[in-house]
Design a protein around this ligand. Sequence first.
Ligand code: UDP
Length: 322
Amino acid sequence: MPEMRALVTGGAGFIGSHLVEKLLEKGYRVHVIDDLSTGSRDNISHLEGNSRFECTIDTILNPGIMEKLVASCDIVFHLAAAVGVEYVIQNQLKSIEINIRGSEILFEQAGKAGKKVVLFSTSEIYGKSDVVPFNEEADSVLGPTTLKRWSYAVTKALDEILALAYHRERDLPVVIVRVFNTCGPRQTGRYGMVMPRFVKQALSGEPITVFGDGEQRRCFASVFDVVDGILKLAECDRAVGEIFNVGNNKETSILKLAGRVKEITGSASPIEFMDYEHAYGEGFEDMRRRVPDLRKIGEFVGYKPLTDLDGIIKSVIDFERK
Ligand code: UDP
């Protein structure tokens, strides 16, 4: 088989950098484009000596650069996007611009060139629906447009709709993955994510801040499981034109998570409750539960998450200790 060439937008981010490593391991040639808005050079600096790895620091909003990069690859993994509830709330316009205009530029060019795109979407799309587990065919239940949180889900929903329209009308080969709460080494707590935050707080002896009553539940997945599943989908012809949940379907409450992190780190940090208003500002809506239905990805590529919650927490602790 000839050498495959992958373009990874957002490849200096948390999930992107793990994906790049895995692609290199599998023998791909990899080109990353990242504007380092939330990604970091540290995530990929160890790859710089690899002759099959290249990196361009620029924005995907630059059509000239994107045209060249798309032309010189066989497949695009599109991760460049605004990420994290807190980041989106604080940078609303910027996140709308990157998520919508950035994707449109890419789909147009990949459509013309006939290159496959794997679009990274999000479980946020299901919103506050309480029909768990969330099936790919299920309704999105989003709050009012006046609440900033929902703009993220709306931009990603439009990305999906755009991708499907390009697929139907312009022959874009696209696979859409809805990534559920994913954790592991290199994830930063700076943009709101709970796992690296709790681990950092526990290791430094600061209070572990649980928002709301802590009874809201999430399913945490290991980035290694998630990347494996997505790579299998990328190489599966039958997956083109389809949407897949990817993550882990074991639920835990945020309060329980705080307890596990405290216990595994052996930390003396107190667990403290904090109002949502205090954490995110006025008028914030959170969802109580978010569980992926993993049957479809299981049927298509035999996906099964292998890492349990304690394993994930330990991998984050190891990373933060370093
Ligand atoms: N959360 C928390 N303390 C924090 C950060 C987050 O209790 O310091 C809560 C947050 O309100 C949410 C859950 O943890 O209910 C997961 O938050 P995250 O931002 O990681 O992902 P989300 O599932 O909201 O996209």
